[in-house]
Design a protein around this ligand. Structure first.
Ligand SMILES: Cc1ncc(COP(=O)(O)O)c(C=O)c1O
Length: 440
């Protein structure tokens, strides 16, 4: 029974994506290939990433590690010197004022497994998890395939947050209350609320006030909160009206009441990883920050199943972690400048095509409204359009229904390809739109 759920694909578009990997567009060698814009990976900075991680020494021993340590079992949450370096990086990535204590972190093979570990250890099978929607499509699988939790969307309203502002997805207490009541009406015990900040797929960060509202909502109902801050460094623009990133840890420290601070000690968990800000999803590096002692004790046990291999920790110790902090900051500035160039170009293309989108300033995607191309405002119609865009335009987006967004919205992961390929993708779509217009 337990394995049966895992026989379903982890994402509805994964099959098309895997097929496309062997048939990718190339301007000279494969003009009819597919332009994949459905996976949140950034390939714009490969040279800089390589340089950042390149070991500073060819010697197999790294500072603090004895060579033979690498052959044997170790602290499953991370080797001692590795954790110290990770604490330092976490502090700078999340822009924290306070130091991070190694006691409170657990390093694992990616944030996906950390999310699953949190669901497994904080919830029981069938418990409810609230997530503001639209949300990152893999949360459904991460939190349910083995942990067996039920997810309840908290739909954010698509509206202008204040007069004269552009429309965006706005998170309110009403959204959270909707998800909570839905969970209760289905007989699920609401245990956990997941906030993704900056948000995937909208590419926007939440304001301090919104984060505080979410934390107070959870505190009043004694829900656990996971703040997934995996895009913390990827804020590429300071466009007016858009919030910059602030960690939930900072909000509690600076704006929380004593009661909220006390609650956060046990109920607030922050996740971070290297897949996005450092563009190395293949390295499988994630880190959890939590002060919940019982949880940390449980992770002493079950981290055995998800520890980062010593050889990878050693690689980071010799490369990234052996370099001055300035290298990370310089890399971040260059990487964000590249993301910004692609994002701004995409906004211009979308404006030209009269396609609505959420103006983002973070992450590596733009959430675009293709509903004007639907033959009906339904999920089925969106699926049909997604197939047409894939088969006729040779472009693969993340379908919006997998993000639990309104019909017709799709996530465009623009950093997966160079800008010139992105332009080809939208040229194909422009031609499709023109042909469609001509035939109606
Ligand atoms: C919000 C969010 N959380 C977690 C993950 C998974 O990251 P990892 O590769 O560290 O498992 C992703 C990847 O797209 C993500 O966007």
């Amino acid at each position: 029974m337990r394995g049966k759920r895992a026989t379903e694909p982890c994402l509805p578009y994964i099959g098309a994506y895997i097929r496309s990997l062997g048939n990718q567009y190339h301007p000279e060698t494969n003009k009819d290939g597919v332009i994949c814009l459905c996976v949140a990976e950034n390939k714009l900075s490969e040279n800089e990433v390589k340089e950042l991680f390149e070991p500073t020494t060819g010697d197999y021993e790294s500072p603090g590690f004895v060579k033979s340590d690498l052959y044997y079992y170790n602290d499953n949450k991370g080797m001692i010197n590795f954790k110290a370096k990770m604490c330092r990086l976490l502090k700078s990535s999340l822009k924290l004022a306070q130091d991070v204590s190694p006691e409170n972190i657990c390093c694992s093979v990616g944030t996906g497994v950390i999310l699953e570990n949190l669901a497994l250890n904080l919830c029981d099978h069938g418990d409810g998890i609230l997530i503001p929607s639209p949300y990152y499509p893999a949360f459904d699988n991460d939190l349910s395939v083995r942990a067996g939790c039920d997810i309840f969307s908290c739909p954010m309203a698509y509206e202008a947050p204040y007069k004269s502002a552009a429309k965006t997805f706005v998170l309110s207490q009403n959204s959270l209350e909707y998800g909570l009541q839905h969970a209760i009406s289905r007989g699920a015990i609401p245990k956990l609320l997941v906030l993704t900040n900056p948000n995937n797929p909208t590419g926007t960060a939440y304001s301090r006030e919104t984060i505080l509202m979410v934390l107070n909502f959870a505190y009043e109902r004694q829900l656990h909160v996971i703040s997934d801050e995996i895009y913390a460094r990827t804020v590429y623009d300071d466009a007016p009206g858009l919030a910059s990133f602030v960690s939930a840890l900072t909000v509690v420290d600076e704006d929380g009441t004593d009661a909220l601070k006390a609650w956060a000690e046990n109920f607030m968990h922050i996740v971070y990883g290297f897949s996005k800000d450092f563009c190395v999803s293949g390295f499988r590096i994630g880190v959890l920050h939590s002060k919940n002692q019982a949880l940390n004790q449980a992770l002493d046990n079950v981290s055995y199943f998800s520890c980062i291999p010593s050889i990878m920790q050693d690689y980071l110790m010799k490369g990234l972690f052996a370099k001055p902090d300035k290298c990370v900051e310089d890399y971040t500035a260059v990487n964000n400048a590249k993301i910004r160039t692609s994002a701004l170009a995409l906004y211009s293309i979308l404006d030209e095509l009269h396609l609505e989108y959420v103006r983002a300033n973070s992450g590596i995607f733009v959430f675009v409204n293709f509903s004007s191309l639907l033959d009906a405002q339904t999920v089925d119609a969106e699926k049909r359009l997604h197939t047409v865009l894939y088969e006729k335009c040779r472009v693969l987006f993340t379908p919006g229904y997998s993000c639990h967004g309104p019909p017709g919205w799709m996530r465009v992961c623009f950093a997966w390809v160079p800008l010139k390929h992105l332009k080809v993708a939208f040229e194909n779509i422009k031609q499709y739109m023109a042909a469609r217009e001509a035939s109606t």
